[in-house]
Design a protein around this ligand. Structure first.
Ligand code: SF4
Length: 401
């Protein structure tokens, strides 16, 4: 991807520093650094900054490794690399890696032999409190550990899932010691409603939600974030790249003294002090190095960096679904999954994850991906991103069906 190319001099300093930290930089290259850049190296070689997760009292790195990609079950070098850099927070789920993520992480835990210094979050997509309680045993068994640090209800899209029975299930699991903390993740359009409700009902320690430079102007979301912050809920951002196909991002020729486009996107989320930490699916050493360097540097985004992100958001909005399924899906007569389909299209188009995108799409119930007789006129009209929904869905069908 264009944005991940390590072009800029200042970024190279930070990335080189990261390589020094991993002990792989040649002596010649290191000596070539100037005195001032050596100072940068020392700074950047320190560990990833940490923040308290809401009012849990737990300290977490501002960058976490998301593990929905396939991990190497024998020796996952990204996980090891992350841990060395201070990214000691690993975010997984029963469904990740087609059910293989937990086993690979279990192996990593054995290799590290340092469970207490590794944070494990896992998730269950169950919509029944008893199953939620049962599922944590499966997580623990697969991960070969006796506790999770955080257990999340996965992909919550219904306010009923914040009802008393679910909150009680979370309390029960905390008391049992099977998890230290409890919360939920949400990709959906009713994130604002869910966050406001979570701030009221209590019992939710942390929320993982979609947040990126495209959402800054969203007043309702901002108020919901404020409410959660006030309630002491830990806020964890995902989908921070707000990705569109890399060719489309060329409409803005992003130029920065300090950051690549991907780094600037991360920095824009960290600039929001209400966000405690960011989950990033780092699927290569190159991306890991780039993200880690961004997390470590004390440099902030320049006003011109931010301005370019705003321009990018405006000019590519029509390609970036923000998951507000409550708007478009309520505007069509059929019970179809528009937002999920466009998310899977993003995996294919933006991250080159064709296999994952196709598998997720094909796992949708047949009737929920039956788009042929759907009239998208009202949905397209209401879409705040200005997406030509019919065309994008057709494109998704061609690629994923
Ligand atoms: S297509 Fe538009 S309305 Fe539907 S979820 Fe995406 S951004 Fe929201």
């Amino acid at each position: 991807m264009e944005e991940t190319q390590l072009k800029r001099r200042n970024f190279l300093k930070a990335a080189v520093a990261s390589t020094v930290a991993a002990g792989t930089l040649s002596a010649t290259a290191a000596q070539a650094e100037t005195a001032s850049s050596k100072k940068d190296v020392v700074k950047a070689a320190s560990k990833i900054p940490r923040k308290l997760l809401g009012t849990t009292g737990a300290s977490v790195p501002i960058l976490q490794l998301g593990t929905s990609q396939r991990l190497d079950p024998k020796y996952d070098r990204i996980m090891h690399r992350c841990f060395k850099e201070g990214v000691d927070y690993f975010d997984t789920a029963l469904s990740y890696g087609w059910g293989s993520s937990h086993r690979a992480i279990a192996n990593f835990l054995k290799q590290m032999g340092d469970r207490k210094n590794i944070w494990l979050t896992s998730k269950s997509g169950s919509e029944d409190p008893d199953e939620l309680i049962r599922d944590i045993d499966q997580c623990l068994s697969e991960l070969e550990t006796d506790y999770l640090d955080l257990y999340l209800m996965h992909g919550v899209n219904d306010t009923d899932l914040l009802g008393k029975d679910f909150i009680r299930a979370g309390e029960k699991l905390r008391k049992s010691g099977k998890t230290r903390f409890f919360g939920f993740s949400c990709h959906s359009g009713n994130v604002v409603e869910l966050m406001n409700l979570a701030a009221k009902v209590g019992g939710i320690d942390a929320i993982l939600f979609r947040y990126n430079f495209r959402r800054y102007g969203d007043r309702e979301l901002n108020l919901a974030i404020d409410a959660c912050k006030k309630a002491g809920i830990g806020l964890m951002a995902m989908k921070t790249m707000g990705s569109v196909p890399s060719g489309a991002e060329k409409v803005v020729k992003f130029q920065s003294q300090d950051f690549t486009l991907a780094q600037a996107k991360l920095k824009s989320v960290w600039a929001d002090e209400r966000i405690d930490t960011v989950v990033s699916e780092m699927d290569s050493v190159r991306v890991t190095r780039e993200n880690v360097a961004a997390a470590k540097t004390e440099k902030s985004l320049a006003a011109s960096d931010m301005h370019q992100l705003h321009q990018l958001a405006a000019q590519t909005a029509h390609l970036s679904c923000q998951g507000c399924s409550n708007l478009c899906e309520a505007s069509v007569a059929q019970n179809v999954r528009i937002a999920d389909t466009l998310r899977f299209l993003m995996y294919h188009e933006c991250y080159g994850q064709a296999e994952k995108a196709q598998a997720l799409y094909r796992a949708l119930p047949q009737e929920e991906r039956q788009f042929n007789n759907v009239d998208f006129t009202a949905a397209t009209k209401i879409c705040p991103q200005g997406i030509d929904i019919e065309n994008r869905i057709k494109h998704a069908q061609n690629l994923l069906a």
